[in-house]
Design a protein around this ligand. Structure first.
Ligand SMILES: Cc1cc2nc3c(=O)[nH]c(=O)nc-3n(C[C@H](O)[C@H](O)[C@H](O)COP(=O)(O)OP(=O)(O)OC[C@H]3O[C@@H](n4cnc5c(N)ncnc54)[C@H](O)[C@@H]3O)c2cc1C
Ligand code: FES
Length: 342
């Protein structure tokens, strides 16, 4: 997999817990990406290598820099490292851009971008891209936050609205707004089923797509409501920042030893209950390839040579995997004789 080393040329504060890292495009090997894709940043912290994906908040058609916007996660290792340690002039190793969120865009009609908090990052890149490139498409941004102070890209969104006022419609949802809503597009509360129905009451089903990036609750209620309203499932797309693990899926999972074949070595790996094969390998100091850790990118794809594994937390159906293929970031052994090769 291709890697690049990028220089940080600016660190912008967006909100009290969110910053944007602005990278210079390399002089020769320019990085090409699509709005909605992500960049995987690589860090070495306390002697161990960590990779974390961050969606581009810059837009490939307008921005000369490569930007990612990072929210500090409570007790999060890498997000806190980025906030506390990264500064202008640093060089950061990254993997080539990945991801297919946003790649299915239409050339005419309506695109709804549903986001909460840091889920705005791929959506703002897509909004800019569509507004600039596709004059036949109307963009609707439905954006949930705690309050005005925590609204990432508020000023940028206002600028886009003034530039594209006939094609860019924004509704903000605030759960803890401390002032009276000044404008009709400020709604108190979360994005609920009732608000989704109200927003879409006059929307035609044809030529309409929905892109969702936010917590699981938002995604589930949006997808079920959109389907109830008649929007086809194949026109609804979502991006997950985190692997969701349902405790019910773990009843038949126990601590087991897995034989891992990697770089001509046979490694006996203890996979303790609750941890996946990838996480167990990384904890044991085995530097397996990975990126998204949400079952999306295939970087951790492996072959099951023996025994049985179960994939847990996959949000998207992976019809492309062969019968004996598995994604180690979501894989748990369910028999005692598992042998996997990557
Ligand atoms: C495709 C993709 C795109 C992403 N884009 C962005 C982005 O644009 N901006 C951004 O800030 N993050 C983004 N993320 C999330 C990011 O990759 C990291 O997961 C996040 O920064 C947390 O990493 P960490 O090392 O700080 O936390 P870890 O040390 O890995 O986790 C610590 C704890 O926090 C929980 N946790 C992990 N991720 C999150 C999260 N996102 N929100 C809340 N709790 C979490 C974990 O369950 C764990 O309990 C993206 C993730 C994916 C898969
Ligand atoms: S790391 Fe992306 S699918 Fe496993």
């Amino acid at each position: 997999m291709k890697t690049y080393t990028l220089s940080v040329i600016d660190v912008k504060r967006e909100t009290s817990d969110t910053i944007t890292l602005v990278f210079k495009q390399p002089g020769l090997r320019k990085i090409k990406y699509l709005a909605g894709q992500y960049l995987t940043l690589i860090f070495r912290i306390n002697g161990r290598r960590y990779l974390r994906p961050y969606s581009f908040s810059s837009c490939p058609t307008t921005d000369v820099t490569l930007d990612v916007t990072v929210k500090r996660v409570h007790n999060g290792l890498v997000s806190n490292h980025i906030h506390d340690m990264v500064s202008v002039g640093d060089s950061i190793e990254v993997l080539e851009p990945m991801g297919d969120f946003g790649s299915m865009g239409i050339s005419e009609g309506d695109i709804y971008l549903w986001g909460v908090g840091s889920g705005i990052t791929p959506l703002i890149s897509m909004a800019k891209d569509i507004l600039i490139q596709k004059s036949g498409v109307k963009v609707h941004l439905l954006y949930g936050n705690r309050d005005l102070e925590n609204t990432i890209f508020l000023e940028l969104i206002k600028t886009l609205q003034s530039l594209y006022n006939d094609r860019f419609n924004v509704i903000y949802f605030y759960t803890q707004l401390s002032v009276e809503p000044e404008l009709p597009m400020w709604v108190r509360g979360r994005i609920t089923k009732e608000s989704i129905v109200k927003i879409l009451q006059n929307q035609e089903i044809q030529n309409c797509q929905h892109y969702i990036c936010g917590p699981l609750g938002l995604k589930d209620s949006l997808i079920s409501t959109l389907i109830e309203l008649g929007f086809p499932r194949q026109e609804i797309f979502s991006e997950d920042f985190e692997l969701i693990k349902d405790p019910k899926d773990f009843v038949d999972i126990h601590t087991r030893t897995v034989k891992l074949k990697f770089e001509h070595q046979d490694i006996n790996l203890e996979v303790v209950k609750g941890k996946g094969i990838l996480e167990s390998a990384l904890d044991a100091g085995v530097d397996l390839p990975y990126s998204c850790q949400t079952g999306n990118c295939s970087t951790c794809k492996a072959e099951v040579l023996h025994g049985q594994v179960k994939m847990i937390g996959l949000e998207k159906e992976r019809v492309d995997l062969r019968v004996n293929e598995t994604l180690l970031c979501c894989s748990y052994p369910v028999s005692d004789d598992v042998v996997v090769k990557i």
